[in-house]
Ligand binder design. Sequence first.
Ligand code: ADP
Ligand code: MG
Length: 620
Amino acid sequence: MSDIIHLLPDKIANQIAAGEVIQRPASAVKEMLENAVDAGADEVRLFVNDAGKSLVQVIDNGKGMSGTDARMSFERHATSKISRIDDLFQIRTMGFRGEALASIAAVAQVEMKTRRSEDELGTFLEIENSQVKRQESCACPVGTNISMKNLFFNVPARRNFLKSNAAEMRHIVDEFIHVALAFPDIFFSLNSNGQEVFHLEKGSLKQRIVQLLGNSHASKLVGVREQTDYLNIEGFVGKPDSAKKTRGDQYFIVNNRYIRSAYLNHAVMNAFQDMIPADSYPLYVLRIEIDPAQLDINVHPTKQEIKFEDEKVVYAFVQAAVKHALAQYSVTPTLDFDLDPGIQSLDAISKPFNAEKQRTVQGGSLFRSFTDQHQAHFIERSRRSLTDTSFLPDTPITTGLDPVQETQIPISTEWPTRSADDLLSPLDINEHGWIVQLQQSFILAPKNRGMVIVHQQIAHERILYEKMNDALTGKPVAVQRSLFPTTLELSPPDAILLSSLIPDLFQLGYQVEVFGGNSFVIQGSPLDADAVLASRTIENILEQFKHFNPDLRFSGREKLMRSLARQRAVKTGKVLSEKEMRSLVGELALCKITNLGIDGQPTYFNFKEEHFFKMFGSNG
Ligand code: ADP
Ligand code: MG
């Protein structure tokens, strides 16, 4: 039998290796911008077409390359930045692995013009599939002008994996922002399909933040600056009252490199503790300077994750620096839980959860039946241990009612499981039957000879979601035209994002029109939504889109419907009129899925006649 092991041809090996470094157009953007910065440029221009799928071009005024270096730069492991293994511990440049250009050349068509100031003529180079097609002298400005065309033209499988232009463009803008934040003293511009999206003059970090994230941030920033022998921290955090409900703009830059770090994020969140509601996120841009010997940036091919020699120390510094800054500016803590006062005063929130209460609750069979895993109505969040009292304040609505009162009810039966005839149907709706609201959150209504208890917010989210789903696949929802249309002034990346959402928003009743540049006008909003809130609603959508976790489960439309359903649903704590209650229950009964909310929670519970009898130990 012949041997079966062989070496992969260079071309294939290169393509495989390239996959680690270049996953999408944005990866090339990052590498090319970093090369320009490493070359000492102070003006860097980025051009993309079709979200980088057909073109990513970076023009810099850096030091350029000699003809030989230009040719060499595309070889794998070709770098001018390190030469000995020890150099790894003194990295001051963005790149050092010598893989980026080789990877790009393996999966795209590349053209480069480059010239050093000492050379009269520059070099033109054309490479495709890792093969040099053309190399000749040319007249060109000092610096480097490199274009990557038709990414993955030779790897169709990868090309097919690319997302929509809107999604890929967001990745590009993210990478651009990361580099631009790290180097406020370099001019950057971003041009997409011939339109200038960013034009960032050199300036201070604060100016850069405002240029990138919008003017409205200027008055909301608190400066952070601590200098120690071990490390320096400087930058800005958002004032607590400007914290947002979605993971906002949060950036760590360590030795000029944007990094992700859940650990350091925790340190900042810790410093903000008790100043912002638990489910909101402050803005921060924090730059950390530390001796490179204290770092390992080589742990990840794209270098976005790094290891600190002593993580705990860095954590403590970050936390202390942010705390200090917040205290110095004596920002008053504000609590805004977006809750009705009625809910804030619920026992579950306002009263301490003491040991006595705990015992009563544990003994109560109703509680058990609500939390018993084997029940069809089992509510996931209640599974936490009862000694873990932390679940109480943030899930008062899910756990239901005041535990003490509830446990007075002696029931000995199993909680009912749901069968088809338990489902709410239009036949259950009796226009003249009784209907009441409980705790401004639940609607009780008769069903057959028992009753249902409906969660008004979860149910309404379901209703709105299904209506929007219909609207996106059928005719647009009814619209009210505004007499005084509101104008939205957006940051460039938000403008790109909103443009991509306009058609779907239109179907859903939000008539948004481009007004030139980054301005938009809201001409109309859904008839059944509060028109005054339309611009706020759109801003919230953009916010949520930008910071939706990279979770790819949901399509753009799905995110849009969810965001709108959540925003527009009637909240718990809102008093409803009898008419509103009837229409809510009636519309829920008409839904395709009546019993589950958009996150899978129950919309209602069913109490059948026989359960009432069983609760009292009789058979009816
Ligand atoms: P690395 O940045 O890790 O060294 P790259 O593949 O990104 O590897 O680049 C290889 C080499 O090409 C760099 O080390 C640098 O010497 C040179 N180079 C790349 N881009 C530029 C540029 N824009 N200007 C000058 N030199 C460049
Ligand atoms: Mg590089």
